[in-house]
Design a protein around this ligand. Structure first.
Ligand code: UDP
Ligand code: MG
Length: 336
């Protein structure tokens, strides 16, 4: 489906969900930076089923910014799914992914490109050397997440590297060939392990609007991350089972001794505690199994993580290409 126009050097993929507040600011900073690079580029805005003015603003922007390409997902599918949609469809020889909220400075993109070209690198990570602008809660949960991930995946995971990075065409294609349905790129990219470099930057505050990552989405990302790389949580079941067995054995000895001594306790409390404890252990283990079985089931079903509503680079080829019909009504030809 992707007929890559030979010339596109750089694609910048930006997943966005309800980002009407930050979008104009983003364009004001991103466009001059990209224009100044002197390479041919496209900006792939992946609208993750926004319900605010984001799609309308994007249509308007396309009139004045020919390099802007808009992919609209039919419904909100989540950050990683939106990223996947953008990565899979980007044309560029190099693909940069960046958040819409300007926490990652676009000014770093030319440095990434230069480094990748100079040292023939496949991956350039954007690494935050300062998170002081993040909230205490975000900092501590993120710290915990990265520590855990380094344990699970190994030390290859760069510290504090989020989803701001540059990938070569070869890397994008290698990622696309993986059968994962819920790819977690910040782990998969280091796992792929192609030659990589780093560019450090200061993490800024979200320029406008509020976070689109509530605790539920953060937990989902964390469990997807662990489960896609390790079956270690399943081993917790074995440990808990062993522990429960030991505790029960001890209690049995206690019961026998008290009986022999003739000190007969009513005993209901201990039975009560043991029953509850074992019940809890079993439920926990079942829950863990369920998480994995659920993921295996989802993988076997092979349902797509997202549905493309429209892609301004392929007008009319997709059903319901609303944005493009709007653009055509305005007398515009598509970017490509
Ligand atoms: N995002 C998305 N779909 C979602 C949630 C978030 O495309 O369901 C985008 C969002 O618009 C932003 C990026 O993912 O460009 C990161 O989200 P956010 O900045 O809200 O996360 P935080 O920085 O607070 O972790
Ligand atoms: Mg953010």
């Amino acid at each position: 489906m992707n007929e890559a126009p030979a010339a596109t050097v750089l694609s910048v993929v930006i997943p966005m969900y309800n980002e009407e507040a930050v979008l104009p600011l983003l364009v004001d900073r991103l466009r001059p930076v990209l224009d100044a690079t002197g390479v041919s580029y496209e900006v792939v805005a992946v609208d993750d089923g926004s319900r605010d003015a984001t799609p309308a603003i994007l249509v308007g922007l396309r009139r004045v910014w020919p390099q802007l390409r808009v992919i609209r997902l039919r419904r909100n599918s989540g950050h990683q799914a939106a990223l996947t949609a953008g990565l899979h469809r980007a044309f560029g020889e190099y693909v940069v992914s960046i958040d819409a909220d300007l926490q990652d400075p676009p000014e770093v993109i030319p440095q990434m490109l230069e480094l990748a070209r100079r040292d023939s690198l496949d991956i350039v990570y954007g690494v935050r050397n300062d998170r002081s602008t993040d909230t205490f809660f975000k900092r501590s949960t993120a710290g915990l997440y990265y520590r855990l991930m380094r344990k699970v995946v190994g030390d290859k995971i760069p510290h504090n590297a989020g989803d701001f990075r540059l990938l070569s065409r070869a890397t994008v294609e290698a990622l696309r060939d993986l059968p994962e349905t819920t790819p977690v790129y910040r782990l998969l990219v280091p796992w792929i392990g192609f030659p990589s470099g780093e560019v450090t930057y200061v993490r800024e505050e979200r320029a406008a609007g509020s976070t689109k990552y509530p605790l539920s989405k953060m937990l989902r990302l964390a469990f997807d991350s662990i489960a896609s790389f390790s079956a270690a949580p399943l081993r917790i079941a074995t440990w808990l089972g062993g522990l429960g067995f030991l505790a029960c054995a001890l209690l049995m000895i206690v019961a026998v001794v008290t009986k022999l001594v003739g000190f007969v306790v009513p005993g209901w409390a201990s039975i009560f505690v043991v029953t509850l404890f074992l019940g809890a252990v079993q439920l926990l283990c079942l829950g863990l199994l369920g998480e994995y079985v659920g993921r295996i089931y989802a993988a076997i079903q092979g349902r797509p993580a997202y549905f493309i509503g429209s892609d301004s680079a392929h007008p009319g080829t997709l059903p319901g290409a609303e944005l493009d019909s709007e653009a055509r009504e305005a007398g515009l030809s598509p970017t490509r």
